[in-house]
Design a protein around this ligand. Sequence first.
Ligand code: LLP
Length: 434
Amino acid sequence: MCMLFGTAKFNQDNHLEIGGVDTTELVKEYGSPLFVYDVAHIRQMARGFKQTFEEMKLKNKVIYASKAFSCLAIYDLLKEESLSCDVVSGGELFTALKGGFPASEIEFHGNNKTAVELREAVAAGIGTIIIDNFYEIELLSSILHEAGKKQKVLFRVSPGIEAETHEYILTGQEDSKFGFDVASGQAEQALQMLLNDDAFEVAGVHCHIGSQIFDTTGFSLAADKMIELLAAWTEAYQFEAKILNVGGGFGIRYTSSNDPLPPAEFVKIIAAKIQEHWKKISYPLPEIQIEPGRSIVAEAGTTLYTVGSQKEIPGIRNYVSVDGGMGDNIRPALYEAEYDAHLANRAGDNPEKIRLVGKYCESGDILIRNIEMPRLVPGDLVALTSTGAYGYSMASNYNRNLKPAVVFVEDGAATLVVRRETYEDLIALDVPIK
Ligand code: LLP
């Protein structure tokens, strides 16, 4: 059974409509493949998190993880919804600033921020830098002393928790490239170094255990670990955290076999646990920060593709090819991620099992390994749902295919927010040698 999210529905012509806009019209106007974002759905997810915290009367900050999807227009939307954002590279920082996002509301993450990136962030007056390792403490300290500035920082702790998700998107375990490890005492050592350096205003701690997580247990264990550490650090160093950032990673629905709690519900449970366990600590509960990326934009995004060739191998399977693939969605190839799809331009019957594949020169260029769809014909429009996170942001020009355009739809109107690449864009960086 295929699911539709947000404002998506089929209209009287059996065309998929999102944000009150007919997707067949969108493809006529903006071409195919095409990423379509349901703006009302993004707003709803953002508001859900904010409302949860407000109802619980908790000091909070909802920080959108730019890596899920970043372009100038998304930052306007974030500002309208009073969200903050994080960035993990000079490029994301540049985009957020160009998108008019206030530097003071931006947080900077990453396990190997370069000196150039840190200088750019400090010069821009970035709100918070989340320090990840000892090298960064030294590097940032020297940059801050040179600039005569004091910087608000958190430091990232790797709490030693293994959440249930794909190995590549697991981050809170001891054997991880991210953050200061607790068990070996590195986290405590980092705190000492930061407290002893007047270039840093140590506002609190951060942890992030992984991504696309369905079970609250890992988050609760991580929060417990952080609270235990903070309790010990108040005793030993009189350190009082003003911020406890528990990261992002709340799971979403890609197919009907995914049944996570609504992300805001998820956060409610985690926040309640933090509130309850905070009793061990002598000072008031700090601001709780979360960093959702996927859960804000994934279900709001749909990719529209046009059907082309088919190869029917008797007794084996039917391969149906569309005009995009691993260049605009690497997730199936990289994480064996699963998706659902709809026929978007007409009513269909007689569903048959097919493999939906892309146009890239690789056997691994599979969008959906097994799906039942009505008999598809060339020119049909196929809508892959829940593609709003880590789709466009991980897109490539493999085979020198062009990256699709991105449109935002809301209240019956479509706005182009990223134009389709052109062949000229493809060679824009090439330097001819003759
Ligand atoms: N905060 C930190 C420190 C992170 O590393 C991440 C994701 C997030 C927040 C946001 O997590 P989210 O709410 O989006 O799950 N490319 C992979 C996902 C990589 C996530 C990396 N970090 C994918 O397509 O599944």
